[in-house]
Design a protein around this ligand. Sequence first.
Ligand code: C6P
Length: 410
Amino acid sequence: MYDVYKIRNDFPILKEKINGKKLVYLDNAATTQKPLSVINATSDYYKHYNANVHRGVYTLGAIATQEYERIRKKVADFIGAEESSCIVFTKGTTEAINLVAYGWGRKFLRDGDEVILTIMEHHSNIVPWQILARERGIKLKFIPLRDDGTLDMDSFYSSISEDTKLISITYVSNVLGTINPIGEIVKIAHNIRAKVLIDGAQGIPSIPTNVKNLDVDFLAFSAHKMLGPTGIGILYSKREILEEMEPLLGGGEMIKRVSIFDSIWADIPYRFEGGTPNIAGVIGFGEAIDYLNNLGMDEVFKHEKILTAYALEMLSSLDGITIYGPKDINLRSSIISFNYKKVHPHDVATILDQNGIAIRAGHHCAQPLHDALGISASCRVSLYVYNTKEEIDCLIKSLEKVEKIFSYGT
Ligand code: C6P
């Protein structure tokens, strides 16, 4: 039985008062809050077995290394990866995508090759490809949206060609909440021998996912959007792809042998983890995965669906609101962006903040999408495991206050 009130007790920050009001945290797409078990695991590492990994032969070093590698395996199991060496620790989704662009793209993409993106990508899945396009002369193509906020699959089919080498696409839009048809896209891509990178930043925290079944080539995601610490992320790829990739960072840890003019890279995944990693972050991430596994990802997904349906219903009842993204609950996640009464999103967010409610306002690092929608900014609510219907009621009440404040004197 999913008991959201019991779950909330595990998150100390949810007891905080903001501007004298109970915190209502609705910005989970930016980063989620952390349960006490994650906070404790991170500090336990520093208190009890702080040492660098893969270096010291002494006991503390061995314990730290063992824990670090145990969590690599846990991450592999969480996404259904066959082996833990296919899991590379990065500092987040952004670094993971950059690693693919430079470690794989720079080596294998040539002038005239095409990379297919979509108009709903986060800047992290646009800018690295623009940099590579300048460097390598590759061509970027952007798949537009249909009116309902889903991907225009007809345009997708007509855009692919024998020059398409990579399709790099978000699992879930961080603005529209749209869940993209990853399975179908992977099949099409593999028919033309293109690779597929999934930006899983907003999908992996909510949707039970198995990379082996989906057959994706690359998957990037961030721990901090799924109860884990900031500064830790994952690049998953298939062994045969990783084996061919070049490292992004040169330095300690990522080599087998260094001589003055040349070096031999370490085996995967260490080749991609130059320098001392975020060990405490990895330890905390392990605990976050345990927490989600204990809840059950199917239950997490279900809870979010119920809340999203409620939030959409309540928001839609407000006069003067424009909600972006699919209306069909089956096509979307718990991220809801909107504009209200022509009030600037920053003003909306500021008034909500006075009531203890945290939402994001702005372009959400997705300016091309906002351009396509014909707006410069939006308000965004994003829900996660500990959110409740009462919090949505609180949001709606506060939005009504926004209306009162801005209609004064008109
Ligand atoms: N989106 C948001 O508020 P990092 O910062 O590397 O952990 O994740 C980058 C990233 C990549 N792809 C998508 C789809 C994302 O949503 C994000 C992060 C946050 O929407 C911060 S801008």
